[in-house]
Ligand binder design. Structure first.
Ligand code: 6SB
Length: 315
């Protein structure tokens, strides 16, 4: 599964990242799309030419982003949502039709803020169409954020749902509404050092700090990862500067990450956190770690040719 997280530092810079949890990678790379790139949208949806940096692959001359951020600091990531996502079977008359595979690209090419996205989505239909025969249509929901607010977009049998996201985290199924409601099961959980209590004649003293977190679910299921990420994101103290904020994002993601052995998908095959990412709008830098290499690597927009019209991928 996947987990997405965002927060804003005291200076108003956005940090946005995600875990990509899966059994195989797709050969994804840090991918830069310059503003001048000619984006041939599948159904003629407009393109407002913004430069984009994120993680993805290229296919049929198109960057297919798993998560990405544009030069104005608007971010979008796709996370699995099978069993719930249902797109349109074909383009819908009178709507701006966007193929599911081009959704993060289309959003970040066209808008500066989440407020603009919310307004525009009223006229958007998301269409189930394959980019290429080797790629089935992925059933996703999307986490979209800027430094003011974040939203979740879920396209289902009964249409499009756009939720305000007051916890700035996202995981997988079930619906975002379920995840928010589920947080009420954990209202008792808090960071405070526990007080000594008396049960009749018996005095109970805490083992130490952390015991007020008892009840936080430790498993890798999507609802449990959501609760852990929301708790961590809400309670992590504000940090100053790039390094501490990037570290904060990675630590929060690690807290919801999969290690090998815990979650089998078939005998001997495990789901694991293939990569974790953190984009900083402060320095326009995409940081990432992989399962095999926990050293943080990074690419800033300055490393790419911003005047070119070609997609560029880091080594
Ligand atoms: C596997 C990932 C989700 C991980 C996740 O959330 N795992 C939950 C597991 S569980 O199901 O909840 O147990 C998702 C997230 C983004 C996806 C790509 C989006 C572009 C493109 C769209 C095309 O249509 C198909 C190919 C394509 C490259 C996609 C491949 C794959 O689908 C990606 C990587």
């Amino acid at each position: 599964m996947c987990t997405g997280v965002s927060f804003v530092d005291p200076e108003g810079n956005l940090y946005f990242g995600r875990n990509l949890d899966w059994t195989v990678d797709y050969g994804e790379k840090v991918t830069y799309t310059p503003a001048n790139y000619e984006f041939k949208t599948r159904f003629g949806a407009p393109d407002q030419k913004r430069a984009i940096l994120g993680m993805g692959i290229t296919c049929e001359g198109l960057p297919l982003y798993f998560d990405c951020v544009n030069e104005d600091g608007l971010a979008c990531g796709g996370l699995n949502f099978p069993g719930y996502a249902q797109y349109e079977e074909g383009p819908v008359d009178g709507k701006t039709n966007v193929a599911a595979y081009e959704f993060p690209l289309w959003i970040t090419r066209n808008f500066t803020t989440v407020a603009e996205v919310k307004e525009a989505l009223k006229d958007v239909a998301i269409v189930a169409v394959q980019i290429a025969p080797q790629f089935p249509v992925s059933m996703l929901h999307w986490f979209i954020t800027d430094n003011k607010q974040s939203i979740v977009v879920e396209y289902m049998a009964d249409g499009m749902h756009v939720y305000d996201n007051p916890v700035d985290v996202m995981t997988n199924q079930p619906t975002f509404a379920y995840h928010l409601e589920n947080l009420r099961n954990y209202m008792n959980v808090k960071p405070e050092f526990p007080a000594t209590v008396k049960w009749d004649k018996m005095e109970l003293t805490p083992w130490g700090s952390g015991t007020s977190m008892f009840g936080i679910p430790g498993d890798y299921s999507s609802p449990s990862r959501f609760v852990r990420a929301a708790y961590a994101n809400a309670h992590y103290p504000a940090q100053e500067g790039e390094a501490a904020n990037v570290n904060r994002l990675f630590k929060t993601l690690q807290n919801s990450a999969f290690i090998l052995g815990g979650a089998e998908v078939s005998t001997g095959h495990y789901e694991y956190t293939i990569y974790s990412s953190c984009y900083s709008t402060r320095t326009k830098t995409y940081y990432y770690t992989t399962y095999e290499n926990s050293a943080v690597r990074s690419h800033s927009v300055d490393e790419f040719d911003q005047n070119s019209d070609q997609i560029q991928q880091a080594a």
